[in-house]
Design a protein around this ligand. Structure first.
Ligand code: BTN
Length: 323
């Protein structure tokens, strides 16, 4: 499709004008066809600057998410990953689940500009306003099956931390198991869902959903005390998505054994008094550490030690929930 080819050319030359003639010749179409395609791209929300004798170029600040834009940052990497970008979805995880049997590639990336029913863990919703954040799911078909999808979740947390540290001076913390915090506010949540064979215990299909708040926005009152964003404006979301995908791929394929040290170094839960679930009941205790197998070691107020591997933890302060 001409629109997609022109967008690719513009993304690869961000900020540098290309003449209508050059675009027409490269794509073997008329200048009028180029002009129409550029107008259609502008209508889609891409900030394309054009003018007499200037040619066309994508403004440095244009921040519309697109497969062409993500690919321009990937270069030759991950060409086998299928990339699908949507203006609006209920949830990228839901869309991946609905289409699991139709994806040809072993890895598929789904991104939405906005989600109308973004989901978090434990049945919570995930606020997903347009233009402000990254709402993406990576679907993996695993030929041999994965024994412990929790490790994929933890790899995703490290992928997010690496991405934030590459582009900002922020020192993010990981709240077990997979929330990313800046100070005492959450900027990113991860929802991993898997299709698991109950006999073998192996997961053949894994969907890693990542919601990262990038730009500052007006938050609903119930979120304003507990949620934040990276607050940056100088990096495009396409660039952040390309980096997240690259890091996640690297961590899941090549660094399975080593990333837990990085996870543990960023953990913000050690020494915290928490509410959690053990033996099917609510308990209070203090976090000792995150173990290399991903389990949370907690010293119960009543003295026993628990190894927590599922569920959610709530920070407690003077016997009241604060998060
Ligand atoms: C959490 O905070 O508990 C997890 C939030 C996960 C949000 C992401 S956004 C992309 C993907 N689609 C969803 O519906 N959820 C995840």
């Amino acid at each position: 499709m001409l629109k997609s080819k022109i967008l690719k050319d513009l993304e690869e030359n961000r900020g540098r004008p290309i003449s209508g003639q050059a675009l027409a010749e490269k794509n073997n179409v008329s200048r009028n066809a180029v002009w129409k395609a550029v107008n259609a791209l502008k209508e889609d929300g891409h900030e394309i600057i054009s003018g007499r004798n200037k040619g066309y170029y994508l403004s440095e600040s244009s921040d519309k998410v697109s497969a062409e834009g993500i690919r321009s940052y990937l270069g030759d990497r991950l060409s086998d990953v299928e990339i699908m970008v949507y203006d609006e979805l209920d949830s990228t995880n839901n869309e991946a689940k609905r289409n699991i049997n139709t994806y040809g590639a072993q890895t598929t990336l789904l991104v939405a500009e906005t989600q109308t029913g973004g989901r978090g863990r434990m049945g919570k919703s995930f606020f997903s306003p347009p233009g402000a954040g990254i709402y993406m799911s990576v679907y993996y078909r695993s030929p041999h099956g994965v024994r412990n999808p929790m490790m994929v979740t933890m790899a995703a947390a490290v992928a997010v931390v690496r991405t934030i540290e590459k582009f900002t001076d922020i020192k993010p913390g990981i709240k077990w198991v997979n929330d990313i915090f800046i100070g005492d506010k959450k900027c990113c949540g991860i929802l991993t869902e898997a299709v698991t064979d109950l006999e073998t215990g192996l997961s053949s299909d894994i969907i890693v959903g990542i919601g990262l708040n990038v730009r500052p926005v007006d938050l609903p009152p119930e979120l304003s005390d507990i949620v934040t964003s990276l607050g940056i404006t100088d990096v495009t979301r396409n660039q952040l998505i390309a980096e997240l995908l690259t890091n996640l791929n690297e961590l899941c394929r090549h660094e399975r054994e080593t990333f837990m040290e990085e996870y543990i170094a960023h953990s913000n839960v050690n020494g915290k008094h928490i509410k959690y679930e053990a033996d099917g009941k609510a308990c209070l205790g203090t976090v000792v550490t995150v173990r290399k197998n991903g389990a949370l070691e907690v010293k119960r107020d009543s003295g026993e030690t628990d190894m927590v591997t599922t569920g959610e933890i709530l920070f407690r302060e003077k016997n009241k929930n604060i998060k």
